[in-house]
Design a protein around this ligand. Sequence first.
Ligand SMILES: Nc1ncnc2c1ncn2[C@@H]1O[C@H](COP(=O)(O)OP(=O)(O)OP(=O)(O)O)[C@@H](O)[C@H]1O
Ligand SMILES: [Mg+2]
Length: 264
Amino acid sequence: MSQDYILETRNLVKEFKGFTAVDDVNLKVERGTIHALIGPNGAGKTTVFNLLTKFLTPTRGQLLFNGRDITKADSAAIARMGVVRSFQISAVFPHLTVLENVRVALQQKRTDSFAFWRSEKVLDGLNERALELLDSVGLREFSHAKAVDLPYGRKRSLEIATTLALDPELLLLDEPTQGMGHEDVSVVAELIKEVGKERTILMVEHNLNVVADLSDTITVLQRGAILTEGDYQAVSADPRVREAYMGVEADETSPAASKMEAVG
Ligand SMILES: Nc1ncnc2c1ncn2[C@@H]1O[C@H](COP(=O)(O)OP(=O)(O)OP(=O)(O)O)[C@@H](O)[C@H]1O
Ligand SMILES: [Mg+2]
């Protein structure tokens, strides 16, 4: 049986004034999996995300979503198809409450049926769905707090809730645990795991413990190109990956090597 890929890139290339940031990338994301894109700083991870959501136009190559060529689609069309990228905290309205933020996101999804929202009943239904979403990210007790007053980790949870409100088929997360303390990392990792049960997730993540814990498949990028791919065990055992991360040949005493081993 052939595998079911929700997303594929074919020979994807992005050049910036002669500099190749993404170099002939053939990425295949299997439906229903959590797929991590990792690699050293400047490897091209964010650029790949920008190409997938058409924030950037590929120099060459193809993008396929559910087998359909979306290379020429614009970012709004791609979002409507169900590819949603979690934006950083700026996507959350700081002076609205947690509940209001999720309601706004839910309403965004239905902007095409304006009159529909005038009925009280529908608005109640909206509240119900918003509270459900807040439950699913562990924020119900914060529903009346202003977004701006939430602790950092909770803001990321809210951000994920507003993304889920759009009911994405494919969720793109760029460094979801960036800048978080240990406790928040666990909360968000648990949330991603939960959310990943019902949809496909492609995430860029630097925290290798999170990557090891969550990912079904890992693609390692280096200088714009795919270095290797596989599950955590295979990828972390690859000497080229250790070298890419450390810039030198791996040895047993180096902290990065022991970090990869500790979780592998
Ligand atoms: N708009 C741009 N113009 C010119 N060069 C760019 C542009 N965007 C990215 N680059 C370059 O492309 C390369 C890849 O950058 P990118 O941000 O995709 O890396 P990354 O893997 O996300 O890194 P990090 O882990 O630091 O977030 C870098 O060398 C970067 O300087
Ligand atoms: Mg980046």
